[in-house]
Design a protein around this ligand. Structure first.
Ligand code: 13P
Length: 250
């Protein structure tokens, strides 16, 4: 059986800290118009202030959407934080946790990422757990030990359904892991989850992120353990993002 018949491709745009009411509306309208007939599940991860706008504009479409982060706390005096229950309150189904920009720029530890994962899972939001090594770690031959360490922090309490492998050196740099390099890590991640839950590992969607573009997407998606993409820069352009979505139809 090919991987596409076991796992529905997941293509997600991580908008990061980009967007405006006007540009979001235009982008979503173009995506809705362009997605007809596409087999992938297509998601956008929008900044908090725009989630309600995205929810409303996506409501009559097959676009799904999510948040880019969440608080580890349930409620209370945590100025600036957003809880999983708040996200759930207006229909959020997915959220990123452990993006390298949160780990690297905001000092998020594996333990904190695992707490955020648990907070999301507790309210029924699917966490998209982001993993990936830095260039120095790859050059030191530590890629698998790093991503296993990041995964193990969550596996201690939950079996994830959605992983995003994003080598830090490939994010926003124009450098993409080759399909073979990415496939090797995805295969290793799936095998690692299989040791804990073999059935879950077969259904586990592992998407790749890091300079995915229309021009390199199809070669990545042809790999048996690459189940889609988490797209940054190219997700802000409707034509480019739609072309990436169409690249799953191979
Ligand atoms: P780029 O596609 O801009 O490299 O970003 C990848 C990413 O970080 C998605 O979460």
């Amino acid at each position: 059986m090919s991987h596409s018949s076991v796992r529905r491709p997941f293509i997600a745009g991580n908008w990061k800290m980009h967007g405006s009411v006007a540009s979001n509306a235009a982008l979503l309208a173009a995506l809705k118009a362009g997605l007809a007939g596409n087999a992938a599940e297509v998601a956008v991860f929008a900044p908090y202030p725009y989630l309600d706008q995205v929810a409303r504009l996506a409501a009559d479409s097959r676009l799904v959407w999510g948040a880019q982060d969440v608080s580890r706390h349930d409620m209370g005096a945590y100025t600036g934080e957003v809880s999983a229950a708040m996200l759930r309150d207006f229909g959020c189904r997915y959220a990123l946790v452990g993006h390298s920009e949160r780990r690297g720029l905001h000092g998020e530890s594996d333990a904190l990422v695992a707490e955020k994962f648990s907070a999301l899972a507790a309210v029924g939001i699917v966490p998209a757990l982001c993993l990936g090594e830095t260039l120095a770690e790859r050059q030191a031959g530590e890629t698998l030990s790093v991503v296993f360490r990041q995964l193990d922090a969550v596996l201690a309490s939950h079996v994830p359904a959605l992983l995003a492998y994003e080598p830090v050196w490939a994010i926003g740099t124009g450098l993409t892991a080759s399909p073979e390099e990415a496939q090797a890590v995805h295969l290793a991640l799936r095998a690692h989850v299989a040791k804990q839950d073999a059935a879950a590992a077969i259904g586990l969607r592992i998407v790749y992120g890091g300079s995915v573009k229309a021009g390199n997407a199809a070669a990545l998606f042809a790999m048996p353990d690459i189940d889609g993409a988490l797209v940054g820069g190219a997700a802000l352009n409707a034509d480019e993002f739609l072309a990436i979505c169409r690249a799953t139809n191979v």
